[in-house]
Ligand binder design. Structure first.
Ligand code: MN
Length: 133
């Protein structure tokens, strides 16, 4: 498994919102100047977020491995090291690793009224299998 040599992996993310093993290393908290937080998220092979929305959007910068980004009703996009994903506000989506490689991305997540993310249902094995061929 590739691991990135820049950032620590951090702490495991809750199974309630993530399928498989995913980890967060928080890099920067929201403060008086920055209406966002920044963190490094590591997904082991097969791991992914639940479906979710961001009330004021999110930017992902992939720094290692490969995986998927999918918006509801659209084909999944393959993402890999160096790719940037600009996720609009309110769009239902998920992101995660490929079935055989890990994915590490930086996530820059904006706040709106103190909320960054609204969590929805898991990405089922069938949904995942349909994109992770
Ligand atoms: Mn997201």
């Amino acid at each position: 498994m590739e691991s990135n040599e820049i950032f620590q992996k951090g702490q495991q993310l809750p199974k309630k919102w993530f399928t498989g093993n995913a980890f967060l290393n928080p890099l920067l908290d929201r403060d008086k100047n920055n209406e966002f937080s920044v963190g490094v998220v590591t997904f082991e092979a097969g791991a992914r977020t639940n479906w979710h929305t961001h009330p004021k959007g999110q930017v992902l910068i992939v720094i290692e491995g490969s995986g998927f980004y999918q918006e509801r009703g659209k084909p999944a996009r393959v993402i890999k090291k160096g790719d940037v994903v600009n996720i609009p506000e309110g769009i239902e989506h998920w992101h995660g690793a490929s079935s055989s490689r890990n994915l590490v991305h930086i996530a820059i997540t904006n706040f709106k009224n103190n909320i960054q993310v609204n969590w929805l249902q898991p990405v089922t094995d069938n949904e995942y299998a349909s994109v992770a061929l």
